[in-house]
Design a protein around this ligand. Sequence first.
Ligand SMILES: Cc1ncc(COP(=O)(O)O)c(C=O)c1O
Length: 314
Amino acid sequence: MNDRKMHPESLMMSYGYKPELSEGAVKCPIFQTSTFVFKSAEEGKAFFEVAYGLREKREKEELGLIYSRLNNPDLQILEERLCLWDEAEECAVFESGMSAISTALLEFLSPGDVLLFSNPLYGGTDHFIKQTLTRFGIEVMGFYPWEQDQLPELVAASGKADRIRMIYVETPTYMGPLWQHPLKLGADLVLYSATKYIGGHSDVIAGACLGSHELIARVKGMRTFLGCMAGPWTGWLLLRSLETLKARMDIQAEGGPCVLPGSIGCGPRQGHLRRAMPGRRCHALLHGEGWRGRSLPLPQPFEAGEARGEPRKH
Ligand SMILES: Cc1ncc(COP(=O)(O)O)c(C=O)c1O
């Protein structure tokens, strides 16, 4: 058992939590506290130096908790557990999907940069990109799924290719973190509205951003100063939700075809969905194995008639 690699769904009950630090409580308590106590002023100073990037953590140095805008046990354990599904190095959790998206975009974009984004986008993201980022001198350029083959030419013709700093691709919210792993497809960051399947109980709004240590350290830096981290109660609710994530998503996938108005055409690479919906033909959600440089994994919109099982026109 000890040397057996456990699946994320098994680890959702215990991973990252040490009961001995919480009076032996079998479940992680809610650490509803703003501030943490230091053993001495010197210890507090040492924690702050690392938190604010004034020095690197020393080898074997144990860093304690400071203030819940920077870190909190419910958030840290949640972040460690979310990493397991996407096999990400690090995660930052937020009080909403929108705050995860806006914080990541603000951290990596500067005036003069160009953001390339897929259309159509969720309304909040669309507004933030077109109305807010542009007020700060960031140029934005949208593209549609049917343009993906011509994208390199379109970008070259725009004369903005050398200023493209980020590419934002939105895929259906309901695929992650079980059936779609953008980091494995070459994305640098994956962003979630955890309000949806991750939360799963319609009682919490939350978001998450996952990626490498280096990139998430930057995202967490911006999160600290915007103050949009998830609160302890949100963190605890999501820990509760993660315990049943796999079971909920599997059952919902099984039930999905029952509410679809007929079988739907399926491309050759939709193994995940086909496994999730055994015996059913399913919609082509992702195509293209990698998106760095050439092909982008884009959601293909439903076409009229497709839901009734008629073939796609192109
Ligand atoms: C694709 C997508 N992006 C972002 C969001 C925003 O997430 P939240 O409502 O958690 O802020 C949503 C919510 O519906 C969404 O579907």
